[in-house]
Design a protein around this ligand. Structure first.
Ligand code: ADP
Ligand code: MG
Ligand code: MG
Length: 248
């Protein structure tokens, strides 16, 4: 589904990713862990096509297409979803308006029929139910006055509605209490743990991985994947720290 080969980039002339390679197949859940400043968010932004993240070498292929050659909205329409550590607030636009327009613009880009109002509301109710988020929350402006947990749950409702092939979730667990973590974890499983989908979870802590069990765990350090393993690698990192594990 996603093949990243020897990817390098720079921000403001400073090299961040330095030859990163990673392959994600349909049906797989991958976790990336790594020290602060390793380049984890940079990887997510670069795959999403954020301006200013200049690719200087390597390639990224998504479902057979050259991802790096696509505009951000084309990447989204092709089935790539990015979840961010700090979701933006959009005063004056309700969640439901925002979600419906996001979904329908992707459907237009793919040449699919748009959902009418009734169809959309049914879909939104179903996905909000998965995240235990009240529909009244979705009538409010996007993220304005939402708690950290509500923002993350609303973002996972968005993921459910957009129904992506690949979700890249950057520190989705940050700022969540245990109850919210459970709800978000089970939402990710319900929406994304399917044979034709894949997830890249970027996380500092292993606790999210108790709820969303990864098939592979990778350590990103110095702009590259320096170690890969199974779920046990996350436990080892939590126990011993990056220094110990990377020195071994
Ligand atoms: P992580 O998510 O792993 O903590 P980041 O990808 O956020 O790491 O950052 C990787 C490196 O890139 C850090 O050294 C950070 O200071 C640098 N960096 C990130 N964004 C910018 C930016 N906009 N301008 C300059 N340097 C940046
Ligand atoms: Mg960080
Ligand atoms: Mg980060």
């Amino acid at each position: 589904m996603l093949t990243i080969d020897n990817l390098s980039n720079e921000i403001d002339g400073k090299a961040i990713l330095k030859g990163l390679s990673l392959t994600i197949n349909a049906g797989e859940i991958h976790a990336i862990m790594g020290p602060n400043g390793a380049g984890k968010s940079t990887l997510a932004y670069t795959l999403g096509g954020r301006p200013g993240y200049a690719v200087t070498g390597g390639s990224a292929t998504f479902e057979g297409a050259d991802l790096l050659d696509m505009e951000p909205h084309e990447r989204a329409a092709a089935g790539l979803f990015l979840g961010f550590q700090y979701p933006v607030e959009i005063p004056g636009v309700s969640n439901l308006q925002f979600l419906r327009e996001s979904l329908n613009s992707q459907k237009r880009a793919r040449g699919e029929a748009e959902l009418n109002g009734g169809e959309f509301i049914r879909l939104a109710k179903e996905k909000a139910g998965l995240l235990d988020l009240d529909m009244d929350m979705l009538k409010r402006p996007v993220n304005v006055g939402f708690s950290g947990g509500e923002k993350k749950r609303a973002e996972m409702v968005q993921m459910g509605i957009l129904d992506p092939r690949l979700a890249i979730l950057d520190e989705t667990d940050s700022g969540l209490d245990i109850d919210a973590l459970k709800i978000v974890g089970s939402g990710i499983n319900a929406i994304m743990r399917k044979p034709d989908k894949a997830v890249l979870l970027i996380t500092h802590y292993q606790r999210l991985l108790d709820y969303v069990k990864p098939d592979f765990v990778h350590v990103l350090a110095g702009g590259r994947i320096v170690k890969s393993g199974g779920p046990e690698l996350a436990l080892e990192l939590e126990r011993e720290g990056y220094g110990e594990v990377l020195a071994a």
